[in-house]
Design a protein around this ligand. Structure first.
Ligand code: CAA
Length: 300
């Protein structure tokens, strides 16, 4: 992707404002006494997802439509989206885990709900456009996949920043068997992740692959000892124990690799790296190293 002059101006403006933001926003946030503990704000209850805090700074969102193998209908997706946004906005949360059941992470978009849709309805309502929700979150998202992750279920997992899978995981894009193609980003994200030939094979044959093959292809890391959710909590706790500004910047920089040319991505990374020298966490992190002690992050 090439940026025009006005887009570059916009990019540079937003990078410069990162410095100002990191000073003002995070100073404001860190003055909030609740910042270092789980937020006291009342959490919403959802009909189709369970929300818990298994460890300080970690939000666990569990898809909960087990009878339909977590097929994603509109109400289910709305709950996932709202719960993810709520966790993202919670100053007590440093990382978010998305998981399903032992049998299914999610078996795709709800076929029963969408089977009678017309082209006009799908087009005018921009069906599935809101599925990009995870990619818009500031906090890191870990998908912990057991069982089926098919169609929109795999596409949801592919939006996460880190993908962990149980040995039971079954991944695929079987939409071709329904007379359609993936509509939640699967063709694009898989092509970037595993290359054209493998993406074509999955999309054109609908073949379902197991955890080992998915790991060989670089889609997931398989958790062979213990539960995949426990491992996700460990990784999420580790991330949540770091300075939030550096974590947020690292996530933005890696994601830029999927949206920008190498030259643009390197420049973006460099600007973020430079901007981090305006944070207290950078001063603290480097001082702690020199003084041989643990850093005390203030996320400011
Ligand atoms: N939509 C709606 N309901 C679904 C569903 C889906 N995607 N997947 C499973 N279910 C329902 C089944 O209809 C069944 O419900 P009932 O008991 O009411 O009949 C229940 O979940 C259990 O499913 P099965 O009885 O089929 O269980 P199984 O163990 O025999 O098979 C499976 C499991 C292989 C996952 C099979 O259910 C299946 O093939 N599901 C569909 C997978 C699929 O095609 N996903 C892509 C959907 S399209 C999409 O996602 C588009 C996009 O890009 C966003």
């Amino acid at each position: 992707m090439r940026l025009g002059a006005s887009q570059w101006r916009c990019f540079l403006r937003s990078t410069m404002s990162f410095v100002a933001l990191s000073r003002s926003t995070f100073r404001h946030i860190s003055s909030n006494a609740r910042f270092f503990s789980t937020s006291l704000r009342a959490r919403r209850e959802y009909a189709n997802v369970l929300v818990s805090r298994p460890s300080p700074g970690v939000a666990l969102i569990t898809l909960n439509r087990p009878k339909a193998l977590n097929a994603l209908n509109a109400a289910h997706f709305q709950d996932i989206s709202d719960a993810m946004k709520e966790a993202d906005e919670d100053v007590g949360v440093g990382a978010i885990i998305l998981t399903g059941s032992e049998r299914a992470f999610a078996a795709g978009a709800d076929i029963k709900e969408m089977k009678d849709k017309s082209f006009a309805e799908a087009y005018t309502t921009n069906f599935l456009a809101d599925w990009e929700v995870i990619t818009k979150l500031k906090k890191p998202v870990i998908a912990a996949v057991s069982g089926y992750a098919l169609g929109g279920g795999l596409e949801l997992a592919l939006q996460a920043d880190i993908l962990l899978a149980a040995p039971s995981a079954q991944l695929g894009q079987p939409e071709v068997n329904l007379g359609v193609i993936p509509g939640g980003g699967g063709t694009q994200r898989l092509a970037l992740l595993i290359g054209k030939s493998r993406a074509m094979e999955l999309v054109l044959t609908g073949r379902i692959i197991g955890a080992d093959e998915a790991e060989r292809w670089g889609i997931v890391r398989v958790v062979r000892e213990g539960s995949v959710v426990d491992e996700a909590v460990k990784v999420a706790s580790d991330i949540a124990s770091k300075g939030r500004i550096a974590v947020g910047a690292g996530k933005e920089a890696v994601n830029a690799a999927f949206e920008m040319s190498l030259a643009e991505g390197l420049r973006f990374e460099k600007r973020l790296f430079h901007a981090l020298f305006s944070t207290k966490d950078q001063k603290e992190g480097m001082a702690a190293f020199v003084e041989k002690r643990r850093a005390e992050w203030t996320h400011s």
